[in-house]
Design a protein around this ligand. Structure first.
Ligand code: S3P
Length: 171
């Protein structure tokens, strides 16, 4: 069984959807950010603050390469995983890539409750979200086999759409 990679911007529902999908399909759930935090024994915030983003990206690359060597997993990726060409190759070669998409307002709502995202711990997160979305949009498009809008969507309906995609249904 090939892997299913859930990619998408921060706050689009990757974690909640990945867990539910894994349970529904009887696959293993794996969170890249959790693996990185466990391995480093510190939070993503601390890794960014103490080592910088480049260091985090190299860990991300390493962890994805390992994950791609296993099968039958729903992989909850970090929002920036698509920025690296090697990561995209590894995901495409070992599974199906599903991108979750939301409008900036929904993303802001979902991310403002938590402070664990270093890239959004800035003075004007709304502006930052807009900038990052614009810059990353082509990467999500290129990396993904399917795109699902999760704004305001019920989890059950979103899961149904993902399963349609996986079974060769409509995009
Ligand atoms: C990042 C997203 C985060 C985490 C890190 C960097 C990004 O994961 O990997 O803070 O570059 O978009 P989530 O998308 O799960 O928040």
């Amino acid at each position: 069984m090939r892997n299913i990679y859930i990619v998408g911007f921060m706050g689009t529902g990757k974690t909640s959807i990945s867990k539910a999908l894994a349970e529904d399909l009887g696959l293993n759930y794996i969170s890249m950010d959790n693996v990185i935090e466990e391995r480093e024994n510190r939070t993503i915030n601390d890794i960014f603050a103490e080592e910088g983003e480049e260091y985090f990206r190299s860990l991300e690359r390493e962890v994805l390469e390992e994950i791609a060597g296993n099968e039958g997993q729903v992989v909850d990726t970090g929002g920036g995983v698509v920025l690296d060409e090697e990561n995209v190759k590894n995901m495409k070669n070992s599974g199906t890539v599903i991108c979750l998409w939301s409008d900036p307002g929904t993303i802001r709502k979902h991310t403002q409750k938590h402070g664990h995202r270093p890239l959004l711990n800035v003075e004007n997160p709304e502006e930052r979200i807009q900038e990052l979305i614009e810059c990353r949009r082509p990467f999500y498009v290129k990396a993904s086999d399917f795109h699902i809008d999760t704004s305001g969507g019920e989890k059950k309906i979103i899961l149904g759409r993902i399963k349609d995609c996986l079974s060769g249904g409509e995009e």
